[in-house]
Design a protein around this ligand. Structure first.
Ligand code: AR6
Length: 169
């Protein structure tokens, strides 16, 4: 059984086995939660990302996939980087967003992570509507077959927290 909860806060302050990053396919950093994780986690994360680019992801990490690095100075063992879809009003990309949560949990299982914190993937720069994103996130984690014992959705602001909390009720 996986316990699932939503909290409001800054994901870079989490003390868990793995923190999930809403990255982009370059894996080389960006704004939003990605920027915050690299800033607080320090250069070791980017160093690992560069190595992954060179060894396995020369063309970048595909949307919906996930890969782990060190968490550097963060209070976690690993950062799991996943690439959410850019929202489209004309094309249903919910499977790709669901894949981010599934693949991140699969990577967490490979690592042996038991506690994992997720941000609201794709809901910032990638413009996914919070309501849809929360439904996909909660449904996918609830349906996942995983050894992860505790999943925390860490929402940056109160409106996002309310949407996730309502979805969990
Ligand atoms: N803790 C928790 N949530 C946060 C934090 C934080 N410290 N900072 C922002 N958020 P975004 P995306 C929330 O834009 O939409 C980057 O440049 C934010 O309020 O970080 O998947 C990447 O490199 C929002 O609800 O990710 C990519 O290029 C959510 O995190 C692109 O943005 C996701 O917003 C990915 O876009």
């Amino acid at each position: 059984m996986t316990t699932i909860e939503a909290v409001q806060g800054d994901i870079t302050r989490e003390s868990v086995d793995a923190i999930v990053n809403a990255a982009n396919s370059s894996l080389l950093g960006g704004g939003g939660v990605d920027g915050a994780i690299h800033r607080r986690g320090g250069p070791a994360i980017l160093e690992d990302c560069r190595k992954l680019r060179a060894s396995h992801y020369g063309k970048g990490l595909a949307t919906g996939q996930a890969v782990a690095t060190t968490a550097g100075d963060l209070d976690a063992h690993w950062v799991i980087h996943t690439v959410g879809p850019v929202y489209s009003a004309t094309e249903d990309r919910s499977d790709l967003l669901a894949s981010c949560y599934r693949e991140s949990l699969r990577v967490a299982d490979e690592l042996g992570a038991r506690t994992v914190s997720f941000p609201a993937i794709s809901t910032g720069v990638y413009r996914y509507p919070m309501q849809d994103a929360a439904r996909i996130a909660v449904d996918t984690v609830r349906a996942a077959r995983t050894d992860v014992e505790a999943v925390r959705f860490v929402l940056f602001d109160a409106p996002a927290y309310e949407v996730f909390a309502a979805q969990l009720r």
